[in-house]
Design a protein around this ligand. Sequence first.
Ligand SMILES: [Zn+2]
Ligand SMILES: [Zn+2]
Length: 71
Amino acid sequence: MDDLCTDCGKQKQWTPCMWCRKPLCEACARFELLAEGCGTVVPAYFCATCVVDPFCNPNAIFWQMKEEDSK
Ligand SMILES: [Zn+2]
Ligand SMILES: [Zn+2]
């Protein structure tokens, strides 16, 4: 049995949220590049909840604006 995305519950899970580890499908995972130390960027995937939480994602403010626009 395939594990389903916990956000939409329809598609197969593809990657876990980097912060809360819940499984996400390709459509629901939010891609983010996190700056780490001296000029290194690390690719990361967040769920819809964590991506707008400044405690989880240092770039949350940009996502808050983006998610507002798409409403
Ligand atoms: Zn999904
Ligand atoms: Zn999450």
